[in-house]
Ligand binder design. Structure first.
Ligand code: HEM
Length: 417
């Protein structure tokens, strides 16, 4: 359909829209525009909840094999660096059936409810430890001092990198930059070096778990066996572990920071959340997590490659196009969520959000991150009081085509009781 006049001049991928896309989404929904065609990018952006969900039921038509989208690495210098490591194979997020199905069966074993429950007390201990580092100061930069270190620490421990969370963050950032394709040649070389360094490190850890076993996600994955399926290869494990590092870090950070920001902006919601914290109403804190996920949607969009001529809603989509499922817009679709721009921790259908995607690729880490955020909010809201934004102008948001989130949030507070 034609672009509505109200947003004719605006472009979703302009940095100012990516930083604050919500008025754009509102205009799109008000105009009934479910899909936008961007011919210059050969892309169709899907804004509607219904059509994002429908596309996820057709993985054969809308493929996750983005490697074909990115093209093969052709730069000789970068290829020479990558040859020092293992092949960077499509797995899990970037694979289609049957590879995806096989990977997912094995990975599901490692992400079981017992594993998540087993690390709940560790999540709580770490959350409390972090809060104690700044509780007496009355102020902190929430992203740097809490929202980054908690998920980085948790995932580092689970993939055998507990001694060096900073290393995890560096490797994870390099993988994001490489994938974004928006960095210069020098940084691309650095990212390739970082990948190879990570692979060699991981190889040692994989060999160790194979020989000695262990009580972490890596050991579960190395030893995961499903009847009739081959175990995962070293290259597959490296690639999957890299996805855990990347997918589990920035997204959880953004939801924690974005959720706290919305609570501070909506004092009546903050009051309800504080009344529920400290184990008094874990269901409501769980729903706060769902609403924060819906409202912030850190994985704002995800690519699909269109494998055959097809139709989605009323739109004809030719083979060879790319689709961008705009989960962040779908989560503000008034056809699904009443008064979608209101932040309401008691929203009845908050959990229906698409922040974790839907269908075969739905986030495998969803139970882990949900639990982590529940524990974090439970402890933060119980131990601290009088939260306030220290400096509105200092709040920073990362504009990125796929990931969006608050990257700086200076706050003040007092110690509870
Ligand atoms: C707030 C936290 C998180 C958010 C918002 C999030 C979001 C998402 C989304 C939207 C997808 C689906 C992508 C698609 O449609 O193609 C996804 C997949 C995935 N996520 Fe998460 N994620 C989070 C946390 C985690 C954690 C903690 C881990 C692991 C430790 C993780 C690992 C993965 C993996 C491996 C996939 C690919 C699954 C597959 O293709 O079968 N995520 N995530």
């Amino acid at each position: 359909m034609n672009k509505p006049e109200a947003i004719l001049e605006r472009n979703l991928f302009a940095p100012e829209t990516l930083t604050d896309p919500f008025s754009y989404y509102r205009a799109v929904h008000d105009a009934g525009m479910k899909i936008e065609h961007l011919p210059e990018m050969n892309t169709f952006v899907v804004y509607s909840y219904e059509l994002c969900s429908e596309a996820n039921t057709k993985p054969d038509v809308f493929s996750n094999d983005f490697s074909s989208l990115m093209g093969r690495e052709e730069d000789a210098e970068i290829m020479a660096i990558l040859e020092e490591g293992w092949p960077d194979e499509p797995t899990l997020l970037t694979a289609d059936a049957p590879v995806h199905t096989r990977n997912r069966k094995l990975v599901n074993l490692a992400f079981s409810a017992p594993r998540v429950n087993a690390i709940e007390s560790e999540m709580r201990t770490k959350s409390i430890e972090l809060i104690k580092t700044f509780a007496d100061k009355g102020e902190c930069e929430f992203v740097e001092e809490f929202a980054i270190p908690l998920p980085v620490y948790m995932i580092a421990g689970q993939i055998g990198l507990d001694n060096d969370p900073k290393q995890v963050k560096d490797w994870s950032d390099a993988a994001v930059d490489r994938f974004s394709q928006m960095v210069d040649h020098e940084r691309k070389k650095d990212c390739a070096r970082s990948l190879v360094e990570y692979q060699h490190y991981m190889k040692g850890k994989i060999d160790d778990r194979r020989e000695n076993g262990g009580d972490d996600l890596l050991a579960d994955l190395v030893n995961a066996r499903v009847d009739g399926e081959k175990p995962l290869t070293d290259a597959e494990i490296m690639s999957i572990m890299q996805q855990f590092m990347v997918a589990g870090n920035e997204t959880t950070t953004s939801t924690l920071a974005g959720g706290l920001l919305q609570l501070m902006r909506n004092p009546e919601q903050m009051e309800k959340a504080k009344a529920a914290a400290g184990g008094r109403d874990p269901k409501l804190i769980g729903n706060l997590v769902e609403e924060a996920l819906r409202y912030e949607t850190p994985t704002a969009g995800m690519w699909r490659v269109v494998r055959e001529d097809t139709q989605l809603g009323d739109t004809e989509i030719p083979k060879g196009s790319t689709l961008q499922l705009r989960y962040a817009a779908a989560n503000r679709d008034p056809a699904k969520f009443e008064d979608p721009d209101a932040f309401d921790i008691e929203r009845k259908n908050a959990r229906a959000h698409l922040a974790f995607g839907k269908g075969p690729h739905m986030c495998v880490g969803n139970m882990l991150s949900r639990k982590e955020m529940l524990v974090a909010f439970d402890e933060l809201l119980e131990r601290l009081d009088d939260f306030a934004i220290a400096d509105e102008d200092a709040i920073a948001v990362l504009p990125n085509i796929l990931l969006r989130g608050v990257t700086r949030l200076p706050i003040t507070f007092s110690k509870a009781r």
